[in-house]
Write a protein that binds this ligand. Sequence first.
Ligand code: URP
Ligand code: ZN
Ligand code: ZN
Length: 459
Amino acid sequence: MKTLIKNGLLVQTEFCMHADLLIDDERIVVIAPHIKDDRAEIYDAEGCMVFPGFIDAHTHLDMDTPACHTADDFSSGSRAALMGGVTTVLDFATQEKKGSLKAALAAWHDLAKEKAWCDYGFHMAITDWNKAIAAELPKLIEEGVSSFKVYMAYKQLRLSDTAIYELSRRLRLMGGLLMFHCENGDLVESLAQELFAEGRRAPEAHAASRPAYAEAEAVVRALVIAEAAGTVPYIVHLSSERALEAARAARFRGQKVWLETCPQYLFLEEAMYQQEFAQAAKYVCSPPLRSSADKNALWQAMLHGEMDVVSTDHCSFNMAGQKSKGLKDFRRIPNGLPGVEHRPLLLYSYGVSQGKLSPSQLAMLAAENPARIFGLYPRKGVLRAEADADIVIIEPDAPYTIEAASQWQNVDYTPYEGMELTARIRAVWLRGELMAEEGRLLAKRPGGQYLARGPSAGV
Ligand code: URP
Ligand code: ZN
Ligand code: ZN
């Protein structure tokens, strides 16, 4: 089966060009100014932009937390991703305390298999560290899990600095990448207890208990541990100017570090917490939403090429019955926001349409860089011959408003409710199959495949 996409503006990270693109079976085979192929079905992309399928390198689907289970599983989460132009998600398999990595990986395969509507891979979050876990690492890498995560916060998940250092040393030998959730966990817990004891129970206290300095301190520590281990750290969900400055200082000294931020830190602000519980709890995530100065600093960093990746940290919980558990105690509100469906068009509408971000920068931040950093390049993340035909057509000047009522995410709200978008996702191909068009899901079955990833190729 061949498809010929004609007349679109192809977005590549070096430049954009008007060209045709021929798909044969699962792959892109030719990109050229005027392709003729009588056996191909023609798709006319006149007036539209043709992007590589977007990659969301940070999702939590079908995940258990002490508070509750995420609202989106692999079925609903990956379908929402696909409908929003995301053709690959990288989800965090998470080791159970005292459990093996093998068991965690098997559990995540079971969660995703035959349910995923887009392609998927797994990072492994390591929550327990000992010799037996260390011995498991080579097998994980062999099975395509080439990136790992440590939490520096959350009592039930975090590792000590010693453990993080030892893990980093091991990964260095094997070419594995270590990702860091950076918040000073001890400090956050002390602050949260103090605030609670003072009678502060509302979501604003969640933000107050997780200040930017607690993030910045952990970023510095992650950088120091990585320096000692000789590795390149990947900082997930960077949210504040102070943490950004810590990373900048390290780069200035010559240290390499990958930085990721998320739409919630680019589009939302801490003022959201100054509302009644039913509104404010919707925005409880860690790190929390920050000030408008932080938001502006992250935008500047993104525009000037200091940010490597924008992912979502999609971790959805319903207001009803889930977030609402924390009505009398902010510490019981499950942490996390939905977003996997809306990231590409938010960035397009408020970045590209406003002339702040070039289409190529969008492709870089949300497709090519994650593909390179997480060992998927050049199979994913680019429009070029031999790559998987994961393609997204964006129709500019087709405004609509984000509403929970019409979203695909299986959650009873969206933090971006009411935000105006300037463009729509017109069509999405996954490995050559037209999966979605004009807001309709065409695929009859979830055809997402597991992606065994190689080592990080850098950017
Ligand atoms: O609040 C958040 N971010 N929840 C998801 C888990 C994490 O920290 O990434
Ligand atoms: Zn995190
Ligand atoms: Zn996360």
